[in-house]
Every structure is written in C-alpha cells, then in structure tokens.
Design a protein around this ligand. Structure first.
Ligand code: C5P
Length: 238
C-alpha cells in the first residue's frame, strides 16, 4: 500500500452541541485530516458550527445528504460552498439532473466567491438498507448492483467522489475512473466494543482496498483518549 499523500482520517463530530464539538475538534485536530459535521450537530448548532470549525483552519465535510428538486439542492449546495466546506454529500438517487445541478452550483459559487469548489460526494445505497428496503421502494433489490448503477450514474453526471461502505470499495475501484475519490465510513480497529456497524474494515484494510478518505466516529470520540486513538490509527497507515 503506498503511504497516503494526505492524512485520510475524517473524524465525525457526532456530538450534540457546539461546545462539545469544538472541544473534541481542538483535542484531535493535529492527528486528523478533516472533521465531519452531520445532521445531528448541524440541526442543533446550525451553520455557525461550520464557520467556527473552519475558523480553526481545519477542513470540513458537511454531511447533510441533500435530496430534493435540482433547484433547491443547487441553492443548498451554494450556501454550503459559501461556508467554505471542503466536502459535502448529496443522494445519487436524486438522479442526473439533480447531481449536475449540485456540481454546477458548487463550481460556479466557488468561482464567484474566490474559493475552491467543495468535493460533491454522491451517497449511493445507505448501509442501513438491505434487499427488503430496496424492494419495498421499487429499486433493484441487489444492494451491490444498485450501488454500481448509482455510482456509474454519479460519475456520468460529473461527480468527483462517492461515499461507499468499506466492502464496496474494491468492486467500485474496478469500474470507476481512478480519479474518483471514495470516502468510507464503517471503519473499526478491533479495539473498540461492538456497536451497530456490521460490515467493517480496519483503517489499513480500507486504504489497501482503495479508499481515499476514512470517516471515523466512535473509535475516536468514544475512546478514553481520542487524540491517542486517532494517532494510533494514523500510525497503522504508514
Ligand atoms: O461512529 P462511526 O465510526 O460508526 O461513525 C460513522 C459516521 O459515518 C457516522 O457519522 C455515520 O452517520 C456515518 N455514516 C455511516 N454509514 C453510512 C453513511 C454515513 O456510518 N452508510
């Protein structure tokens, strides 16, 4: 495995308040490459938490998984771009027009604001969905085939990155252009206690399979010493 060119750890700030998020971020910042702000924190602390984390100089992945009409998604992406986030998520199941509107909005807004465009990441099939979930909403019931279908659509629509489960990385690397960035949650080191992540890889295994970025929550923020936990994970990658 070639050593990663960047620190690929994205630490999920899955805590309920701005104060807890900023405290966690300041503890672990030197050992991680970016922070993920998701729906739980955002719906409590609002866009201000994004500004405050960005003000520390850290990169931010805003994981709000937009899925709406193209015009609304484009406007939400424009607002996220003006917050100067480095990555954000949209649902690929919104279709080609919605994905194109998101990517165009990120590019145009960034150019107008003099910022770098965020990486717009497509979410394919949530790892909480199985064949039953897909069948009940009228989709191809084989999760692997549905992931491939949506991933291919996303790349054709111009997205430059996808979120995928660790066990999908190797298959997606076979069919996608090599410049597509793959971001994966579901990372476990083996040292933490069992939780709701069922299909996991270690950080090293995920990087070997072709991940570009690792989203890691509980193994870092749930550890007795989050900074030491992040440093231990980072050491396994080099
Ligand atoms: O604590 P843990 O390492 O499981 O955190 C993983 C993070 O990635 C959480 O913020 C979770 O919401 C997110 N995520 C996930 N599985 C997906 C998509 C996102 O675990 N399929």
């Amino acid at each position: 495995m070639p050593a990663p060119k960047h620190n690929p750890i994205i630490a999920a700030l899955d805590v309920p308040t701005a104060e807890q998020a900023l405290e966690l971020a300041s503890q672990i910042a030197p050992a991680v490459g970016a922070f993920k702000i998701g729906s739980e924190l955002f719906t409590n602390a609002g866009p201000d938490i994004v500004r405050r984390v960005r003000a520390t100089g850290a990169a931010v992945f805003l994981d709000l998984k937009f899925h709406d009409i193209p015009n609304t998604v484009a406007k939400a992406v424009a607002n996220a771009t003006r917050l100067d986030v480095q990555m954000l998520t949209i649902h690929t199941s919104g279709g080609t027009e919605m994905m194109r509107a998101a990517e165009d909005s990120a590019q145009k807004t960034a150019a107008q604001a003099g910022l770098n465009a965020p990486l717009v990441l497509g979410v394919t099939v949530l790892t909480s969905s199985d064949a039953n979930t897909l069948a009940e909403v009228g989709c191809e019931p084989n999760p692997g085939r549905q992931v491939e279908r949506l991933a291919t659509l996303a790349v054709r629509a111009g997205l430059r990155g996808l979120v995928c489960s660790p066990l999908e990385i190797a298959d997606l690397r076979q069919i996608l252009p090599s410049n597509i960035q793959l971001v994966t949650p579901g990372i476990r080191t083996g040292a933490e206690k069992a939780d709701d992540q069922k299909r996991t890889l270690t950080p090293r295994e995920a990087m070997q399979a072709g991940a570009s970025w690792l989203v890691i929550g509980r193994p870092i923020y749930g550890a007795e010493n989050p900074r030491a936990a992040a440093e231990r994970i980072l050491q396994t990658l080099f």
